[in-house]
Design a protein around this ligand. Structure first.
Ligand SMILES: Nc1ncnc2c1ncn2[C@@H]1O[C@H](COP(=O)(O)OP(=O)(O)OP(=O)(O)O)[C@@H](O)[C@H]1O
Ligand SMILES: [Mg+2]
Length: 318
């Protein structure tokens, strides 16, 4: 399922002294099955943008087209859009409210008017998708779970609606490293199962490890768009708007700037280690790259070389 954002502007509190233009003429396309990373400094409009995707917020100007249909057209079925485009807010566990995990995950499907058997099947499926398979869990209060588990229950509540697009606003915020790895691993496997994913994150490593394409927002406008390699290759631009690059990329870029023949397009520690080893030991692609003079501060903006791709795939963080 594709989503097209056409010249969307969103103004909060229009006509008041507190008026804020949170989105300013944003156009963007999200392709079916893609994993899009959305980054930008605080207040750049990320949360506003994702809330327009499923019709939770109505843009002041512009259109949101889901599978070609304007979701704000008079006859559009926005309820169906919300079902197909699942939105997971920052700290979704704050929205858990039922007495048991089962009741919480079942809330959405019940509201769809589904029968008991179908509701139960969807709850089981959704919890399995987020790696919570223990049947005893169903009877527990969601509030007795760990932070990471609570968040997965909240995500299961959205998955139980069987969305085609999953939009997550800072899903790993506030979790410890293990919780973060778990959540991000689940998101990665949901994408592999065919879901379209839009991930908002301040964490550049997570974006580098997961996203196929990255969109950068700044002051409500799209200021850059491209592969993680291309975006992280623009370190100066990112620094100017208050962002940065993953530490591993930063190190490789600095080495490349100092004349070391390394490919600065690696995001994972393993890929960077291999790259540095190849350079130091004088073996493999890094040495060939030196001869070809392809390495440099912007080397990462080209296609990632196999060593780095392999590094990405084995990223320890996820
Ligand atoms: N409900 C609201 N009422 C008024 N202004 C708002 C509201 N929500 C957001 N804003 C303003 O709109 C702008 C964009 O906010 P938004 O929350 O979309 O940014 P963000 O990129 O998600 O930031 P963060 O990284 O801090 O989550 C900010 O200036 C913010 O103060
Ligand atoms: Mg936000």
């Amino acid at each position: 399922m594709s989503i097209r954002i056409e010249a969307v502007t969103h103004v909060y509190l229009p006509g008041t002294p507190q008026q804020v233009t949170a989105l300013d003429d944003v156009s963007l396309e999200i392709a079916d099955g893609e994993f899009l990373g959305l980054i930008g400094p605080t207040g750049s409009g990320k949360s506003t943008l994702v809330q327009t995707l499923n019709g939770l917020l109505r843009p002041t100007r512009g259109r949101i087209l889901v599978d070609g249909q304007d979701i704000w057209e008079r006859h559009a079925d926005r309820r169906k859009v919300r079902q197909r485009v699942g939105l997971i807010f920052q700290y979704p566990e704050h929205q858990l409210f039922e007495e048991t995990v089962f009741a919480d995950v079942a809330f959405g499907p019940r509201n769809l008017g589904l029968g008991d058997d179908e509701v139960r099947a969807r709850v089981t499926e959704a919890l399995r998708l987020v790696g919570l398979e223990d049947p005893d869990l169903l009877r527990r209060s969601p509030f007795s779970l760990s932070g990471g588990q609570m968040r997965r229950v909240a995500i299961a509540g959205v998955l139980a609606m069987r969305p085609q697009v999953l939009v997550l606003d800072e899903p790993a915020a506030g979790l410890d490293p293990a919780g973060r790895r778990e959540i991000l691993g689940q998101i990665r496997s949901l994408h592999r199962r065919g879901l379209t994913v839009v991930l908002v994150s301040h964490n550049m490593e997570d974006i580098g490890a997961l996203a196929q394409r990255v969109v950068v927002l700044h002051q409500g406008r799209v200021v850059a768009e491209g592969t993680p390699e291309a975006i992280f290759g623009r370190r100066q631009m990112l620094l100017e708007i208050g962002l940065g690059v993953p530490p591993v990329v930063d190190l490789l870029q600095r080495l490349a700037e100092a004349g070391c023949p390394v490919n600065a397009g690696c995001f994972a520690v393993e890929g960077a280690r291999d790259e540095i080893l190849r350079w130091k030991l004088g073996t493999g692609p890094a040495r060939r790259a030196a001869g070809d003079r392809v390495a440099g501060p912007r080397a990462g903006s080209g296609p990632a070389r196999p060593a780095c791709r392999a590094g990405r795939g084995r990223g320890r963080g996820h």
